[in-house]
Write a protein that binds this ligand. Structure first.
Ligand SMILES: [Zn+2]
Ligand SMILES: [Zn+2]
Length: 254
């Protein structure tokens, strides 16, 4: 299994990062992408990736858009130049109108800059979208129609899932929320688009799946999400592992 969206460098793991990564390996997690949420956090993701042999992505989360440097591309370029190995993707980036921690016009501006940089570097995008679907698809259609990417922590309905996978060719990042009791519409959406469009993630330390809901999340718990998908599709868990891993490799490289 590949955890395509984790925050391994988060201080929540300072107490037991080595043990947590050992549990991930024991649970069958073969690869982890640790995701940056602003320029400083992306540098920490890069450092953690080098130290623990992980993959990483650099980006500016919509919550942090208000503090983005004026020249986002230059900041990302400098970060990449300073590292030993390149990031696997640009993100997370996107729009979050649920929390509105940054003004919406600023969120859109920073998303456009991220899309531009991802296209320049020919890297896939990792999108965060919450309560901003219409603006999100409009912005991506205008500034990144040809870009490859994943809408991480997808929690939408069937219509949204079909648009993102069909019109844009994006993958859906599926994590702990898919195991929640009240997530019937999300499970319907996942079945409607099919396994070819799904990759697994934890978004740890957030959003632990049932039976760990409410606890600090970690990659080892991704097994619970994979189990849920196996039940949902009526296939062995091995097949969930193989197909979602193949999708992740197609997107991020091997
Ligand atoms: Zn996110
Ligand atoms: Zn995240």
């Amino acid at each position: 299994m590949i955890d395509t969206h984790a925050h391994i460098h988060d201080p929540a793991f300072d107490v037991d990062r080595d043990a947590m990564l050992a549990r991930a390996r024991a649970a069958g997690v073969t690869r982890i992408i640790t995701i940056g949420t602003d320029v400083g956090d992306s540098a920490r993701a890069q450092a953690a990736a080098a130290r623990y042999d992980l993959d990483y992505a650099i980006g500016i989360h919509p919550h942090e858009a208000k503090d983005a440097p004026p020249d986002v591309g230059a900041a990302f370029g400098a970060l990449i130049a300073a590292g030993e190995r390149p990031p696997r993707a640009i993100g997370e980036m996107g729009l979050d109108y649920f929390y509105d921690h940054s003004p919406r016009d600023v969120q859109r501006d920073v998303l456009v800059k991220g899309l531009r940089f991802a296209r320049e570097r020919n890297l896939p995008a990792i999108f965060h979208q919450r309560d901003a679907f219409d603006d999100f698809v409009a912005t991506v259609a205008e500034h990144g129609a040809d870009i490859r990417g994943v809408v991480h922590c997808f929690t939408g309905d069937t219509e949204q899932a079909k648009r993102l996978t069909g019109e844009f060719g994006f993958k859906l990042g599926i994590g702990g929320v898919s195991t929640f009791k009240n997530a019937g519409a999300l499970r319907d959406a996942i079945v409607a688009v099919g396994l070819d469009h799904v990759i697994l993630e934890t978004d740890c330390p957030y959003l632990a799946p049932i039976p760990h809901r409410g606890a600090r999340n970690e990659p080892a718990y991704m097994q619970s999400t994979a189990e849920k998908l196996a039940t949902l599709f009526g296939v062995p868990q091995d097949e969930i592992d193989a197909r979602t891993s193949a999708n992740a490799i197609a997107l991020f490289g091997d």
